[in-house]
Design a protein around this ligand. Structure first.
Ligand SMILES: [Zn+2]
Length: 61
């Protein structure tokens, strides 16, 4: 996961230089890895405001 980055605005984890979901800035400094399969049923996803399935960071610096 060394090369993975996380979006500063939507927390999506990606290996791209920009966020593929919202086009936002990405950071290498992030913590926690969350895989959301069904955002409707995930309490963490709801708390974080995640509405789409995907890979997310719990915290992005
Ligand atoms: Zn994003």
């Amino acid at each position: 996961m060394i090369n993975l980055r996380a979006c500063k605005s939507c927390n999506t984890v990606t290996d791209q230089p920009k966020c593929p979901r919202c086009g936002g800035e990405v950071s290498r400094e992030w913590q926690g890895y969350l895989v959301v399969i069904d955002p409707e049923k995930s309490e963490i996803a709801r708390k974080m405001g995640i509405r789409a399935a995907g890979r997310y960071a719990l915290r992005v610096k």
